[in-house]
Structure formats: structure tokens, C-alpha cells
Design a protein around this ligand. Sequence first.
Ligand code: F6R
Length: 608
Amino acid sequence: MCGIVGYIGGDQAAPILLSGLEKLEYRGYDSAGMAVYTGDSLQIAKSKGRLQVLHDLVDGGKKLPGSVGIGHTRWATHGKPSDINSHPQVSKSGKFAVVHNGIIENYQEIKQKLIQKDVNFVSETDTEVVAQLLEYYYKGDILDAFIKVISRLQGSYALGILCVDDPEKLYAVRKDSPLVVGLGEHENYVASDIPSILNFTRDFYRLKDNEVVELTRQGVKIFNMEKEPIEKELVHVDWDLSVAEKGGYEHFMFKEIMEQPKALRDTISPRIKDGRIVLDDVTLTAEQLKQFNRISIVACGSAYHVGVVAKYVIEKLTRIPVEVDVASEFRYRQPILDSNSLVIVISQSGETADTLAALRESKRLGARVLSIVNVVGSSIANDSDDVLYTWAGPEIAVATTKAYSTQLAVVYLLAIYMADLLGKLSAEEYDEYVRELQALPDKVEQALQNKEDIQYFASKHFSAKDIFFIGRNLDYAISMEGSLKLKEISYIHSEAYAAGELKHGTISLMEEGTLVVAIATHQQLLEKMMSNVIEVRSRGALVLGLTTEDNGQIEKDVDFLFTVPSACEIMRPSLAVIPLQLFSYYMASMKGCDIDKPRNLAKSVTVE
Ligand code: F6R
């Protein structure tokens, strides 16, 4: 996720910007830059790579002497990480410099219109359209031009802008992307979050969507989109800095669990236009799709569990046979692939060594590769024929949560898209799936509201030694993820089992008090699932049931029940996983584990 810091005051801006950007490093980034007024011109310094590269480029700030500037750390979305794509982005004549967080959804449309007006674009970013459009609309009043630009933008944005014509002002705005204004003595700030400038000030304005800010050394003016001044309440903060970096939460994992509704909105909504799924980034045609006689899904860990969900969903909707493998097995099992095979690769980091090797083996055998990746410009994204990005933003906690959820969302989008291309869905079915997709972020938000019940349950069971997760069909796929999450961060041994398979082995482990989490969201298999619950309860197991609101009748058959909002069958995994993530989190928290950095694990596994 990108970060913004802006400063206008009496001190040298560049060291202040570097210090603020350092505090935003935790959000993840792949390039950094800044623009500072020096004399009567805007000087830009930016570079791909760590903040240290920018630091060295400007000699710790010494090379940029001005006292007004904007700085940025970029997490690539549109266009790979590179010097050119880094922010600030600058308009044609160099008059405007812009830093931006978020995604401008209609940037292509604006870009095309500007190209027709002879504007040349130098970067691949969506941000450059803001800089170019500012210059296009500018007729001598920066605020007027800024408001006009904002009214053209769709999507999410926090923007900081400077204009050569008025070196005494800095402008900013936000919509669906955080931005705060910090107030000092004859100096003022903007920043993506409070902690990044907490060393400089403790007095803030929290901005609402489309409130436009004009900062000078003397003060801050805030306007609405009609250019009318707005009065805001000043907020004084006295938080501890390390807590503040995690958005007030104790752990990044919890923060990321809570960010899932937003991550889902960011992933789903730009891909639904006028009720149709539009996957701009996929060039597969119906003819090509019809050629595929099989789909292979390859991934590791939680991404593999997304693959298991995908197998059920894609087969159900498209009727194309799907196989799913863990990448470390796939690469050495001499997979049977050719030009009639589609390989779907799933990876948060885009750098997992086994997954990358499996991708390369697939390409060597002639298969077409489509990847679902969170990190733009990563090796897996670069080597794939088609890439569908998850817009989860950077994930810091080792245990994945929001990346997993957005991978599921992309799987639904892709499965519905392919089924439609193949003519497998009626218009009513298609519309219903699209409606369900659009409703998903709100339902996930609702599911997150019952966290105290799960916390209470965890407080009673965190000393458990073994926990079993059982389910059928998609619920089995979710059991695997629930079990992995628990093992990873709480170090409690656990097994995920297909409920119908219990009697072939695992049921011998059931004894008085064994904790079993039974996931039972699948409507058609509910009775079968409840038979398995009876089997384990009659052997002494204590059963925590997890189901959707419309299946509440199973309460009498389990010892405890958690419910989540209902959804169409294929999307229920997205809801069922929420209490499981929270359960693992609270169990690990009660045990005092190092939740964000579990022992022996790394976030990105770039070795075999
Ligand atoms: C589990 C987890 C890992 C990753 C796996 C693949 O919480 O995070 O199991 O899912 O290492 O990583 P990526 O998705 O980066 O390829």
C-alpha cells in the first residue's frame, strides 16, 4: 500500500519527508520519491527500490534545500515497479507534481481522451492522468483545477499536489483512501496515517471523502467540492507510536483480518461494470477456452487451499476438469500438459520458489499460464501469459488473511467469467452471481462483527493440544485453511479431514473432550455432515459448529455454534473462513505467541 507525506513550513522539507516515509515502510512498497520546491522550480527525486536508495539519491535531503514538498512510497498497482512509474508523477510541462495512493478506476478512459488532445504519457501509472488532467484544466486557479479533476475521477485516492505557480501552497484530498492533516507552529503536514508524522505533531484533522485541503505555512483551509469552506474538529492524539503503526491494533494480522471488507471491495468492484464482469487483464477468448481439456491449479500453503476451493467452483460452473497440486509436488511429478492445458498459478508474493518453478515447467510444456498474484511486477506475474491481481495491498503478518480472501474473490470472478464465455450460465444465474459478488464485502464485514463470541470461545479452549477440522466439499477446503492457520500461529496440532473420510482412520483419535470444528455451510450436504458430527460426538468429542444463518437449526446438534451471513453456495467459503481466522488469532493471542512472526516461518519462501 502506498504512503504519502507532505510538508510546508520553515524547516527543510526533504529530511522530514524521508523520516515520515520511513514510518510508512511497514505498509510495504517497491519505490519511493519526492518533489520539493527549490527556488522557483520543482525538483523531483525518485527511484525504484528501498527508501535507502532515495535517501542516498538526495544525500539524506541535503540535495533538495526547499521547505515545501511531497513524498511517496509506492506499492505498484498500474505498471511495474520502476523509476518512471514511481511517484511523484509530473504533468507535461512539469507544472504539477502529484503523489497518489489508491486506484483510479477510469484512468484508461481519461488517458485516451488526453492522448487525443496531444498529451504524451511517459509512465504506465493511473496516477499520471491526475497530473496531466490538472495541467489540462488549469486556467490560473489551482484549487479550481483540482476540484474539476477530482470530480472526473472514479475509484479510490489520496492525493498530494504541488504546482510551480504557487510555491507557498500544497493541496491534498482523499476518497476511500486514508489521509490526515497535521498541524504545527508555522508548519503543516499531510500524511497517509497519523504515526508517520507523530514525531512532528500531535494535532490532526481527519479528512472525510472529497474534502479538499489547502495548506500554507500559516494554516490549513478545507473546502467541499463546491469550494465552500468547512470547519473541522481538531483531534489531539497521545498514542504510543508502535501501537499506532498497526492502526491501533496489537498485531498486523488482526489489522489485516479487519481490512478484508476493503480489500474485497478493491478487488471486486473495479471488475464489475454495468452488471458485467470485465477482466481487462485477461485476453482469453471463448475459442481458446473451449480448446482447454483440463485446468491445473498450482500453489503452496494457503494459496493451495484457495486452489482447492477453485477446483470445486470452476468445475461446477464450467464443467472443465480441474486438478489442483501443491507446487513442490507438481514440479517433480512429470505433469501431463500441452497447449490444450490452462495452468492457474496462485501466489500472494509472486515469488514463491516452488510455485515459480511449477509455472516455468508448465510453460516449457506448452501450457497457457494465468496467475492470481498480489505483488505487481513479481516474478510470477512477469512470467505469466495473463495476470489477475488481487488488490489486497501489502500483507505484513506472515499468516495470510486478506490475500487469501481476495484470491477467493478472484477465483469467483474468473469462474463466472469463464462459465459465461462458455455459455454455461443463464442470464438470471449470471446476474445473481454478480449480485452475490457485489454483496460479499458487506457480508464479510458483518461476519467480523461477532468477534467477541469467538474470543470468548478461544479463552476457554486455548490449552487444547489437538483440534480437528472437518467438512465436506467446499467446507472441506475451508477446513484445510482453518487448520493451517491455527497450526501456524498458535502451534496447536491440528488436522483437516474430509468428514466422510473420518471413519477410514481419524475417528480412532476421538476421545472425551477432543475439540472438533465442524464446518457445515453446504446446504445439500448438511444432513450428511450432521451424521459425521453425531459420529464424533458419540465418541466424546466437543463440537464447535460453523454454519450460515439459514442453517441455524443445527444448533441443537453441536456443543457451540457460530453463524455467518448466508451467500450463494460457491461464495460461502469467504464467510466461513472469517471465524476460523479469528479463532486462530485469539487462540494464539491467549497463548502469548508471536502472532505476526510465527517461529520458523517466512513471509515469502524464495528457496526450495
Ligand atoms: C499461510 C501462508 C503460506 C503461504 C504460502 C504461499 O498463512 O501464508 O502458506 O500461503 O507460503 O505463499 P505465496 O502465496 O506468497 O506464494
